[in-house]
Design a protein around this ligand. Structure first.
Ligand SMILES: *Cc1c(COP(=O)(O)O)cnc(C)c1O
Length: 446
């Protein structure tokens, strides 16, 4: 008999066994689940996830950086429910609908000036694919078909489909597929942890920008675009850098006729303290990519915003000059309504301002963690915190994850880097719990 899903009959062990038998989980060596079991989740509320036995976990990583205003947020739920009664989906080629138009108009108002055209995908990686293809196709339409190459930062992450993987510099994700991709060049990351002794984050950023300049000088004739994660390189272990790098990169890309693609899939939607990270450098990229938090963490939606100049290079009588890319669920109305509700919450609750208060509060109460002798490079940008832990354990990340769960925390370190990227809905009690219990875990694992 097939067990039926209901809270009364469901239990943790039962669901784990069925999941391991039928579901191939992402980003996982499945055998590791023998020793570090999956965590079954029955429901979510605010910053908390609950299992079937009533245990709870503080979602300190916002369910892979997507959740902004808590699980089961009443306002986002209401918007999706309302949309469900009107139109769940319609194809966007040849058709349009109110939510996608409104969302595009509102994002155009909010984004750095000049990004007036939104092209939609579903996952973040598809937004990267869209920008790479659109950039190279732009140059082809503009009589420069030799501009087909890309550059990214060392340790960059832009997604894991084959095109996105070609500009992703994480060996663990890339090496097995080396034969399938055209590996693109990388330039040094301005991550301030690599700065020289006595060198400021800004000086180091400018030194890295000079290396970018040298690369552009030599290769610009074949370069379509430079893709970058503004201010924080997430998958690199929350590597943070000075905004002057982006200012200089913008100047250099304009000077050398190379597009600048700002991948704000993780850092957009207020994560770095401003709605878009690029604002802190006062720049407008040629492409701005969004996904993850855009729907408040509810539904898959991604988009690439771009300029009139790029849009008009495709606008012609000839079909083949157009951008013929598509995904089945492009601009899905339910996802767009979740995104509109998310933007409403930003405006109605003055979220960016409230987050500044939350961040300074957390920085105060996390002082004992920052000052702990096993903690290195404690850093913060907006609603992202990270630090390295000096540990005697080679499998620190998995031990930390397991100890976190015992302490009601969902912690998911990247190597020895522990990071917090909580939903903005986190309250002061929850922040205290997070700081205190993480300190305790660091003491056990140092
Ligand atoms: C997560 C992420 C992506 C890929 O998004 P998916 O939805 O996982 O495909 C791309 N770029 C950055 C910076 C990301 O953090």
């Amino acid at each position: 008999m097939i067990p039926r899903m209901s809270d009364s009959t469901q239990n943790n062990a039962d669901l784990l066994a069925r999941s391991l038998a039928a579901v191939w989980h992402p980003c996982s060596q499945m055998k590791h689940y023998e020793n570090y079991p999956l965590v079954p989740i029955a429901r979510g509320q605010g910053v908390w996830l609950y299992d079937f036995d009533g245990r709870r976990y503080l979602d300190t990583v916002s369910s892979w950086w997507v959740n902004l205003f808590g699980h089961c947020n009443p306002r986002i739920n209401a918007a999706i429910t309302d949309q469900l009664g009107k139109l769940e989906h319609v194809m966007l080629a040849g058709f349009t609908h109110e939510p996608v138009v409104q969302l595009s108009e509102r994002l155009r108002e909010l984004a750095p000036a000049g990004l007036g055209h939104c092209f939609y995908g579903s996952d973040g990686a598809s937004a990267t694919e869209i920008a790479l293809k659109m950039s190279a196709h732009y140059w082809r339409n503009s009589g420069k078909p030799q501009k087909t190459q890309f550059i990214s930062l060392q340790h960059s992450y832009h997604g894991e489909t084959l095109g996105a993987l070609s500009v992703t510099d994480v060996a663990l994700f890339r090496d097995a597929y080396g034969a399938l991709i055209t590996q693109q060049a990388t330039v040094p990351s301005p991550d301030w942890r690599a700065a020289g002794i006595g060198e400021s984050a800004e000086d180091f950023a400018l030194r890295c920008a000079a290396q970018l300049e040298a690369h552009l000088q030599r290769h610009h004739e074949h370069l379509a675009a430079f893709i970058v994660e503004p201010l924080v390189q997430g998958a690199a272990g929350m590597a943070m850098y000075h905004p002057s790098y982006l200012r200089r990169a913008r100047e250099l890309c304009s000077q050398y006729d190379v597009h600048l693609i700002a991948d704000e899939i993780a850092v957009g939607m207020g994560r770095t303290g401003t709605l878009f990270a690029c604002e802190q450098a006062g720049i407008a990229p040629d492409f701005l990519l969004l996904s993850k938090g855009i729907t408040g963490g509810y539904l898959p939606l991604s988009l690439a915003m771009t300029t009139d100049d790029i849009y008009h290079a495709f606008y012609a009588d000839e079909t083949a000059r157009g951008f013929l890319h598509s995904h089945s669920y492009t601009g899905n109305p339910l996802a767009c309504r979740a995104a509109l509700a998310t933007l409403d919450i930003f405006a109605e609750d003055d979220v960016l301002n409230a987050n500044r208060g939350k961040a300074s509060h957390f920085n105060r109460i996390a002082a004992p963690l920052r000052d702990h002798p096993a903690v290195r490079n404690f850093r913060n940008t907006g609603m992202i915190w990270a630090f390295e832990v000096e540990s005697r354990h080679a499998d620190f990340a998995r031990r930390c994850f397991a100890l976190g769960l015992q302490n009601e925390l969902l912690l998911r370190p990247i190597g020895n880097t522990v990071y917090f990227m909580p939903p903005y809905a986190i309250g002061e009690d929850e922040m205290s719990m997070l700081a205190d219990r993480t300190l305790n875990i660091v003491e056990q694992l140092q």
